[in-house]
Design a protein around this ligand. Sequence first.
Ligand SMILES: N[C@@H](CCC(=O)N[C@@H](CS)C(=O)NCC(=O)O)C(=O)O
Length: 196
Amino acid sequence: MGITLYDAPRCPFCARTRIVLAEKGVPYDTVTIDLADRPGWLVERNPPDGRVPVLEEDGWLLPESAVIDEYLEERYPDPPLLPPDPGERAAVRLFVFRFDETLGDPYYAFRREQTGAADWLALGLGQVDALLAAAPFLTGARFGLADVSYLPWLLRLHGLMGVSLEAYPALSRWLESCAERPAVAAEIETVASLAA
Ligand SMILES: N[C@@H](CCC(=O)N[C@@H](CS)C(=O)NCC(=O)O)C(=O)O
């Protein structure tokens, strides 16, 4: 027995968990889900709509990428992906908690080509850029869960949707620095394979 990840290569929420598992060197099996033809057993395992990712460990099931990643952080504390200081940990959690309003909602509006979405997205990217101008990583001094929680969408914006991030210098520097990590490089390859 061990960990199984119900996964989809193009899903950025799954990418959050793939990156954490890779950062921590945790071995796991993958069950790839066809998002266009979601199996009924997945809906049973993660009602009501069978979303991915779902992590299974010895028969126990856990959905929700942010919750899975926090679980993995506690279960496999080395290397740590949260800072030691409680206040800094809270800041990371707040940033992850606000993902939808900061980046997720404008990203999906932009993908749907909704009116005004480009400006909305630029606002979110500007907020992320400002944070990265003040600290090397979204998690603070070191790479961690806040970085993991935002990276998949930024990799897809750039790699799949052809959006230039050059106007955001701190964000661009951060992307380059994150790309040096094998866990992130693997995700960049996954995104490239989706684009091919
Ligand atoms: N809040 C969930 C969102 C997961 C999610 O929306 N996954 C997408 C694939 S990227 C999905 O399975 N969507 C189901 C649907 O669209 O019906 C998480 O963080 O894990």
